[in-house]
Design a protein around this ligand. Structure first.
Ligand SMILES: O=C1O[C@H](COP(=O)(O)O)[C@@H](O)[C@H](O)[C@H]1O
Length: 225
């Protein structure tokens, strides 16, 4: 039997790219610059490629991340590296990208500098594209993170995060900052994540499944097998 999974994921990525492009175009009619917040991980690659190929006035678009590992941009698991390699290509290279790391050794030392950089972006974002892990985390809002309560409640734009389940320290946009956007998109693939989302939709304990913090927002759910 033929496996249609790759096609379904490509098609999903194209639909999401068109919806995000539409949101950006809409806001560009009223604003000189607009902001797009994207996530890292493996899922967004086909979406990044589809969006990079979309006709947009990229020089008027700011791009930043929902979260980042506190690693050098040259590291394999740097979300910034992924965005530069997969999204900021062709005409999309004209977008202005704001990374979430600094030269500081730790996110705790670098958080103030990154916060100032993030504050300078043209909020509210036109679109926030979130991913989700199998543990229900989104951005770097992890269920086992000691900083989860802070990240869910603070008015600061970014929070340094250390999570027992994760090998690297991280930095994440706070829930408050991620909520500063009229359009959220959740991009997930596979049966495991569908089951996690089902559990999230069936309950309300945000600490157990932090993705719940965004289920009440206007949220476009983009899922494929
Ligand atoms: O750690 C992360 O994981 C999630 C999901 O990643 P995926 O590889 O399962 O697609 C992602 O949304 C987040 O930005 C990233 O830092």
């Amino acid at each position: 039997m033929q496996d249609d999974t790759p096609n379904a994921r490509e098609s999903l990525a194209r639909q999401l790219a068109e919806a995000v492009a539409e949101a950006l175009r809409h806001d560009l009619e009223a604003r000189e610059r607009v902001l797009l917040v994207v996530s890292g991980g493996s899922t967004p690659v086909p979406f990044f490629r589809a969006l990079a190929a979309t006709a947009l006035p990229w020089s008027r678009i700011d791009v930043t991340l929902a979260d980042e590992r506190w690693v050098a941009e040259s590291a394999d698991d740097s979300n910034a590296r992924l965005v530069r390699r997969e999204l900021l290509q062709g005409k999309a290279a004209e977008a202005r990208f704001t990374p979430l790391t600094s030269a500081a050794e730790t996110p705790e030392e670098g958080v103030a500098e990154v916060a100032a950089r993030v504050e300078a972006l043209p909020w509210p974002a036109s679109a926030v594209v979130l991913g989700m892990g199998g543990d229900g985390h989104t951005a770097s809002l992890f269920p086992d993170s000691p900083e989860l309560s802070l990240a869910l409640s603070t008015a600061e734009p970014v929070v340094a995060v250390r999570t027992p389940s994760q090998p690297q320290a991280r930095i994440t946009l706070s829930a408050d900052r991620l909520h500063q956007c009229p359009r959220h998109f959740l991009h997930i693939t596979g049966e495991e994540k569908r089951a996690v989302l089902g559990r999230a939709l069936a309950g309300d304990d945000t600490r157990a499944l932090p993705v719940r913090a965004f289920l009440a927002s206007p949220l476009g759910i983009y899922w494929a097998p």
